[in-house]
Design a protein around this ligand. Sequence first.
Ligand code: FES
Ligand code: FES
Length: 198
Amino acid sequence: MVEFILNDTFIRTGEPPGSSLLDFIRYKAGLNGTKIGCREGDCGACMVMEGSQEDGKLKYRTLVSCLTPLGNVHGKHIVTVEGLNMEHLSPAQQAIVEHGGTQCGFCTPGFVVSLTSHSLTEEAANPEKAIAALDGNICRCTGYKSVERAARALAAAMETGKHTNRLEQLVKNKQLPEYFSGIAGRLAGIQQPQRETA
Ligand code: FES
Ligand code: FES
């Protein structure tokens, strides 16, 4: 069994561990915000955030779900674009809207996920790093300047200076959904699989 948290929902599934996380998200969980583009790890349409405990802290990074085997996310928190929704737009969504960073919208969930993941880093906010965080995302219609402007605006709006508790700060400022606060405790309750010994 593979156990993980998908957005705010605990998942326990007997799907094959080698099957793709992308297919699970879209066809088993019914979350269609994560798009299928190349299926080769090149376009970023299927980008999700993965949260895991490292050195006693919950840390997030992006991954392409098309190349991620389901078994690899056991004990992790997987966040799709739906998991970032609140009653109002998140800062990344707002920045993309304000700077005209979307047209057909196919790539937009991936960009929102990458920008949000970047805003969770503990490094000081920096426009160049925010733009670099989008390296894995391809857009076929809008062009990159508008998305770059959105990334710059987002970095400028973030509080400067290093942060050791960025996640709590974003939840407190209503820039991330509240359920993020409880994820670390919920992950701690998921057993790691027993390793077979020879
Ligand atoms: S579908 Fe293109 S990177 Fe996954
Ligand atoms: S807005 Fe159409 S692919 Fe980016």
